[in-house]
Each structure stands twice: as structure tokens, then as C-alpha cells.
Write a new protein. Structure first.
Length: 145
């Protein structure tokens, strides 16, 4: 479980601990993955990768017969996923922010667009935007909650 950090105001602590997948489903997924890796060259006229097919068979047999043997690998794979999450998420979000949103914002400023109408207009009495056509009659919205 992640602890609350004092340097940010949001609590990023999980209310419930994150659960790994079952050892059986982990073994089956890995078996299917290695089977695909092993049979992929066959689609293009090549020979199968027998080492991968062997690993696929081992994972599948263990998943069906003795799944608890796969528990350490399942935990290791899960921790690897959490590690990748801590690295990849900030990178992807940073790329999106600086590669997509920032250029769009700069272009909108360059062309003088104010899509959210945030500029102060002292000459106006209200910032209310009338709907055309008007919305539903007030009496039709008696019990909203």
C-alpha cells in the first residue's frame, strides 16, 4: 500500500491493497504469450521457436496442474508492473502535457482565442449565456436528486 506523501495535498494511498491475478490465470496468460512468440515465425513461412513453445507448455501445464508453483513468478511480475507504472506514467503524462496541450494552448493564445471566456469584460452585466433553444421548463426538474 502506498503511503500519503506530505509534499502533495492529495492522498495517493490506496484504500484497498492491490491484488495480483490468480496464479492459474498468470500461468495461462504467460503460456499463451510464449505460444504466440513461438508460433509467430510460422505465419511468415519460418520455423517455430521451439524454446518458446517449450516455455509455453511448461507454464500451461503448471497453471492447470500445480498453479501455486507459479506464485513467486506471479508476485515478481506484478512488482515489475508496479515499477514500470512509476516510471512510464509520469513520462507519458509529461509527453502529453508538453507535446500536446502546451502547443495547443500556445497556438490558441497566438490567435487570440479565449475558448473558456476567461477574459474580464467590465462592460458586461452578466456572464450568463442564454440557451437557444431554451432548456427544459423549470417545473419538469422538481426532484433532481
Amino acid at each position: 500500500m502506498t503511503e500519503a506523501r506530505p509534499d502533495i495535498h492529495e492522498s495517493i494511498a490506496h484504500e484497498q491493497p492491490i491484488q495480483t491475478s490468480s496464479d492459474r490465470s498468470f500461468g495461462i496468460v504467460m503460456g499463451v504469450f510464449f505460444a504466440i512468440v513461438g508460433l509467430w515465425p510460422v505465419l511468415f513461412g519460418g520455423t517455430p521457436r521451439w524454446w518458446s513453445i517449450g516455455i509455453a507448455a511448461a507454464f500451461t501445464v503448471l497453471a492447470l496442474v500445480l498453479p501455486r508453483v507459479l506464485a513467486p513468478l506471479n508476485r515478481l511480475w506484478f512488482r515489475f508492473g508496479l515499477f514500470l507504472n512509476r516510471i512510464v506514467s509520469p513520462i507519458i503524462l509529461g509527453l502529453m502535457f508538453y507535446g500536446v496541450f502546451t502547443p495547443i494552448g500556445l497556438l490558441l493564445r497566438l490567435f487570440g482565442k479565449d475558448l473558456l471566456r476567461l477574459k474580464l469584460d467590465k462592460s458586461t452585466e452578466s456572464y450568463w449565456i442564454d440557451r437557444d433553444p431554451p432548456g427544459p421548463a423549470p417545473e419538469t426538474i422538481k426532484q433532481q436528486f
